[in-house]
Write a protein that binds this ligand. Sequence first.
Ligand code: ADP
Length: 724
Amino acid sequence: MSPLQVRSVTPRAPVPTVDTAARLELLEYYLVHNEDLARCAQASLDWLARYCGIRRSVCLAVEVESSMLVGLAGYGVRAEDVELFSWPITENDDALIASLERTQPTTFRAARANGHPVRPVPVTPLGSAVPFTAFPLHGTRPQHQAVGLLLLRGGTTPTADLVWLISVLGQKMEQIRGRGSLAEELRRLRRERALFFTIINSVTDPILLTDTEGRLIVANARAERLFAATEEESEGRRRAVELNNMLFSAALSRTVVDAPSEARELLLVDPSDGSDLLFEVLSSTVEDPREGTGIVSVLRNITDLRRATEQIEENYQKLRVAEAAARAERDRLNLIIDSVADPIIVTDPAGATVLMNAPAEELFTVALDADSSAQRNVQANDAHFSSFISGLLLGESGPGEIRRGEIGLANPNTSEPIPVEAIAGKVMTDTGELTAVVTILHDRREALERARLYEQLKIASDELQMRVQSATAELATQNELLRRQAIELEQASRLKSQFLANMSHEFRTPLNAILGYTHMLLQGVAGELLPNVKRQLTRIDSNGRHLLTIINEILDITRIEAGKMPMQITEFNLNELVPEVMAELDPVIARSKLTVTPRLSEEPPIVQSDRQKVKQIVVNLLSNALKFTHQGGIDVAVLMDHGDGAAMISVTDTGIGIAPEHHERIFEDFRQVDDSPSRPYGGTGLGLAICRRLANALGGRIVLRSDIGLGSTFTLTIPLDAPQ
Ligand code: ADP
């Protein structure tokens, strides 16, 4: 049986034996064969046989058109007897016809008198002389003539089912004949049934009616989804349904045994997706006089409720964690606020202080037993701060903005004024409500002191700057003076050089004449000379030549300084210059008894330079070496330095040497190491000065390496190509 089938019961007295479904079955048949009177009658007789055990029956109907009572259907009788039966209803005194007028059944039995029948039993399809009971079939109006008769053998006592059948068959016959309400009842029953299912299906909770063994009798659509599956449905779904039925039966048996009305939790499987569903089962037993004990169970889905409960629990846990975090945050904030050296005050939106750190407490709190001046100072501090905060709260600055201001506070104990800069910020909620104002006070004393010092520094700096300016101006004046002096000196030097050049020239002409005449006299042009005259003439010649050398050197210096020293650049071999120099100084070398060794370059040292000037330098260096060396020897070496593009001639002696402090000075004009009048060596002190000037004019230089007592090396370096 499908779980959707309802075996509703309408208890009537006497107790019915045929169930509702069987009755419905018959009524449905009536409905299907709405117009066919014979078939409906036949079905009724069949029904009687099946459910009430009436094995022989006949249904007769009044045929209004022919005014005949005719056979309509029969059970357990011959069909032709039924078909052929007809009885005029105009026979008013006929007992069978008379039974049509009655509401109660009429039993026909043969009445006998003296062994002979006085009133025969009417012949019916049940057979002749067979006693029977005729039940009038009335429609909805029993006061009218019946629409037919139901004939049953013997004197039958009507059962409830028989009474019901007579009633519905009568109504059906009446309806078919245009006066019935059988279909109406069926429709009503159907409507009620549909309404019943609409109601229980509209309940979102599964509802089930089961018998005490847990077998399903009625279930709404929700319950069906969980507990019913057809063969065509998937294996998974069927298995889930099976499991659900098992779980439900188990829960139900416990409920019935333990606590029938108590709510129980039941975990089922959703057959559509296999997810868990948690239900609360509320069961109650119902008693039906015919059906017996049943159990109505309502399952409330509490899966979401459980989830929500778990979610709430989880949220609660989160809330507790968040609370702990907020507490920790607040502790940390307090720690931070306390660790800041500047006073910090937190006020609520009404301006009342809610939090302050230790430095702030020193300014705004006072011990109860403190002296009156301390109390006054704290009150004054408080008043100043409050007026600053009220300025902020009265909207002088917008939300989220920061207000800065200066407040004059005082040290409560010493009354020392403390100018502070107050920086206050509003703390807003997400919804834009003001929750607090945080103010930091910054002691400005140090900043003011710094500003004062800065001012002083600035004044001092300005003064210094002015002094520097005046000193610079003075320096400029001095410089200008010096520049003029330098120009004057230069002019004087030029005049001096000019004078020297002129004088040298003027000296040289008569001196050459003196030397010429002396030479002629010494040659005996004026006759043989006495030995002492010749000796004195020789001295005149020697001193004259010395004087000529000096004059020539002075002339060279002045020429070089005046830039009038002409250059004759030619290509020559430096190696060839060395023997020439030695030959020129040969008498001196011979007198000195020193060995002069030439060390020539292996590769030909060809240079483009002024041959005469280079030779003059080397002659000068070698004559100095000969002059200041008493023993040992002198090397004259020629070297090439291709890397620097230069050639070198160095003169190395083993003479008296030169102290380091004189290395530079001996190149100055008229400078000598020993310039005392009693010096043992002659000379003007101009030789090296001329050599350096000439070397520079050739693009070269002279370098000295010497140690006192160990000898000296003068090296002339000239470029392979002299600058033009
Ligand atoms: P002077 O005509 O006096 O030689 P110089 O200019 O040639 O003038 O030399 C200057 C001085 O340098 C010399 O007086 C001497 O004291 C010193 N001097 C030059 N060459 C040598 C040398 N080879 N050894 C030692 N002293 C030297």
